[in-house]
Design a protein around this ligand. Structure first.
Ligand code: SF4
Length: 365
C-alpha cells in the first residue's frame, strides 16, 4: 500500500545549512496551517489504508501532542506498520515520547547532524551530545526504540578526527538506523549561498575539501558496517530489519501521497507537488483551492536507474532497458562504477562516490 507524507515546515530556528522550504513563522500561521493540512487529509478519497506514515519538516516534534494526535487521527489505518516523526534534539522528554507512541508513531528520526559542540554552534543548532544521549534514553524508556540518527559530513570546521568522535557517539548510543548526508552547497541555504559568494559567514571558509568529505563518508560506511549497521541506500544505513519502509517506497518507485506545503506525491505514473510556501498553502485552503500543482509524467525507465541504483539491492534491467541504456551500462561496468550481482546492476563503492555522474548518464537517453 502507498505511504503518506505529512509536511510540517515550522522550526525554532533556521539552520545555516538547511535548504528545505522550512523556517520560523508566526504562531498564527502555524495554527492555520494545521487546520489546512487536516482539511487536505480529510478531503482525500480514502479507499485504502497507508502502510507507512512519515511526518517531516521542519520540526514536527515541536507540535503540541494534542495537535499531532488530531492530525494523525485524520489518516486511516492507525496504528500503521511504520509511522515516523522527524525530531530535533532538545525538545524530547519521556512524557512527550509516550504521547507520540499513543498517537500511533513507532519510529523517530533525530536530526543530530553532529555531536561536536563547535560544529553544532556554527550551524545554529542548540543541542549537545549529552542532550541527544538523554533524549534517546527517554525515547527508549517510553517504548520508542526504532530510532534514526542523521549526521552531516562536510560541516564547517569538521575534521576527520571530529567525524570519528561523532561516529564514536553512534557506537555508544547504538541507534538501529543512521543517515549520513554530505553537505549540499546551493543557494537555497545561507551557508551554501555564502560559499558560492566566497563569503566568510557561517564558517564558510572552513568547509572541508571534497576529498575530506568523501573520506568521511567512507570512514562512516566502514565503521557502521563494523557496528552491524549496513548501507542499504547511498545515505542510509540500518541493522537488518530496521530499514525505513517509508523511504524505500521512494527508491523503489512505489506510490506515496503527500499532504502539506511542498509535499510531493507519486501515483505510480505521475508526480505532483504542493505549493512550496506555508502561507500560500494556507491561502489556497482558505479559498478551497487545491494546493497541488500540475501533474508531471514520471519517466519510469530513467527513474528506475537514477533512483533505484541508490539502493544496495540495485536494479534489474529488462530487455528494453538493455537496448536503451546499453552504452552507459557497458561503460560504467568497464570503468568499475557498476557491477553485476546476478541479474541486477549495483553501484560499486567507487560508483557510490561518483554516483551523481553515473545517474546523469541515465537521464535524457
Ligand atoms: S535543518 Fe531541520 S531544524 Fe534546521 S531549519 Fe532545516 S528543517 Fe528546520
Amino acid at each position: 500500500m502507498p505511504g503518506v507524507y505529512i509536511s510540517y515546515p515550522f522550526c525554532a530556528q533556521k539552520c545555516t545549512y538547511c535548504n528545505f522550504a522550512s523556517g520560523v513563522f508566526s504562531a498564527d500561521l502555524e495554527r492555520e496551517y494545521l487546520g489546512a493540512v487536516s482539511r487536505e487529509i480529510e478531503s482525500q478519497d480514502w479507499r485504502w489504508q497507508p502502510e507507512t506514515v512519515y511526518i517531516g519538516g521542519g520540526t514536527p516534534s515541536r507540535m503540541e501532542s494534542s495537535d499531532l494526535d488530531r492530525l494523525l487521527s485524520r489518516t486511516p489505518g492507525r496504528p500503521w506498520p511504520e509511522a515516523t516523526l522527524e525530531a530535533a534534539p532538545g525538545c524530547i522528554a519521556k512524557d512527550k515520547a509516550s504521547d507520540w507512541l499513543r498517537a500511533g508513531l513507532n519510529r523517530v528520526s533525530l536530526g543530530v547532524q553532529s555531536f561536536i559542540p563547535r560544529e553544532l554552534a556554527r550551524t545554529g543548532r542548540k543541542h549537545t551530545a549529552e542532550t541527544v544521549a538523554a533524549e534517546i534514553g527517554a525515547l527508549r524508556e517510553a517504548g520508542l526504540s526504532n530510532i534514526n540518527v542523521d549526521l552531516i559530513a562536510g560541516l564547517p570546521g569538521q575534521t576527520i578526527a571530529s567525524w570519528k568522535e561523532s561516529l564514536a557517539w553512534i557506537q555508544k548510543l547504538e541507534p538501529p538506523h543512521v543517515s549520513i548526508y554530505m553537505l549540499e552547497i546551493d543557494e537555497d541555504s545561507r551557508l551554501g549561498n555564502e560559499v558560492l559568494l566566497n563569503g566568510k559567514r557561517y564558517g564558510a571558509p572552513d568547509i572541508p575539501s571534497d576529498d575530506a568529505i568523501a573520506e568521511m563518508y567512507e570512514i562512516a560506511t566502514i565503521e557502521l558496517r563494523r557496528l552491524g549497521i549496513h548501507r542499504y541506500e547511498i545515505s542510509n544505513y540500518a541493522r537488518p530489519g530496521f530499514e525505513s519502509r517509508h523511504n524505500l517506497k521512494y527508491w523503489r518507485l512505489e506510490p506515496y501521497l503527500g499532504f502539506g506545503a511542498d509535499a510531493h506525491s507519486f501515483d505510480g505514473s505521475q508526480r505532483f507537488q504542493n505549493v512550496e510556501s506555508a502561507a500560500e498553502y494556507v491561502d489556497r485552503s482558505r479559498q478551497a483551492k487545491s494546493p497541488r500543482g500540475a501533474a508531471t509524467p514520471s519517466n519510469n525507465a530513467e527513474e528506475k536507474f537514477f533512483v533505484g541504483l541508490r539502493l544496495s539491492e540495485g536494479v534489474q534491467p529488462d530487455s528494453a532497458d538493455w537496448t536503451r541504456f546499453e552504452a552507459p551500462i557497458q561503460r560504467f561496468l568497464n570503468e568499475g562504477l557498476l557491477a553485476r550481482k546476478g541479474e541486477k546492476l549495483i553501484l560499486t563503492d567507487r560508483g557510490v562516490l561518483l554516483s551523481n555522474e553515473v545517474f546523469a548518464e541515465f537521464v535524457g537517453i
